[in-house]
Ligand binder design. Structure first.
Ligand code: ZN
Length: 149
């Protein structure tokens, strides 16, 4: 399986000056306020060179943020991606393990691995195709799943 190319991710919430827990109407309010503030038509022309460009840049950014966060579907997708990054940042990833080294459970068609806390990392065969990080069902440790090429 080919790894998806990692595109640099932006914190679109902070572009809107919002918290990831903000609800849709909060986000909308912030967006509307900012988009007015940075709207190219609202800028005076006698400002130092470069300022207008910066505003336009910002305006575009705010618009992009809203395109992603203002739509339930894309917001959900973005939140999921962000969550995986969060897990990674929250880390530390306790171990890297090859999927093939995990125990295969014929009963429920899943792979599992014991955590040192006594809990269990577990991932179903289908999920294993998709996920890279698995968190322990008991503690907060995370393992990264690798695959033989
Ligand atoms: Zn654990």
């Amino acid at each position: 399986m080919m790894a998806l190319e990692q595109i640099p991710k932006k914190d679109w919430y902070s572009v809107l000056g919002a918290d990831p827990s903000a609800n849709m109407s909060d986000l909308k309010q912030k967006y509307q306020k900012l988009i007015l503030m940075y709207h190219p038509d609202k800028q005076s022309t006698d400002v130092p060179a470069g300022t207008v460009e910066k505003c336009i840049q910002k305006f575009i950014e705010i618009d992009q943020a809203w395109k992603i966060l203002g739509n339930e579907e894309t917001k959900k997708e973005y939140d999921l991606q962000w969550h995986e990054d969060d897990l990674r940042n929250m880390g530390p990833v306790d171990a890297q393990i090859y999927l093939e080294e995990m125990s295969w459970n014929e009963d429920d068609h899943s792979f599992s691995l014991s955590c040192r806390c006594g809990g269990k990392y577990s991932v179903s065969k289908d999920e294993a195709e998709e996920v890279n990080l698995i968190s322990c069902d008991t503690c907060s440790l995370i393992v990264e799943v690798l695959r033989y090429n």
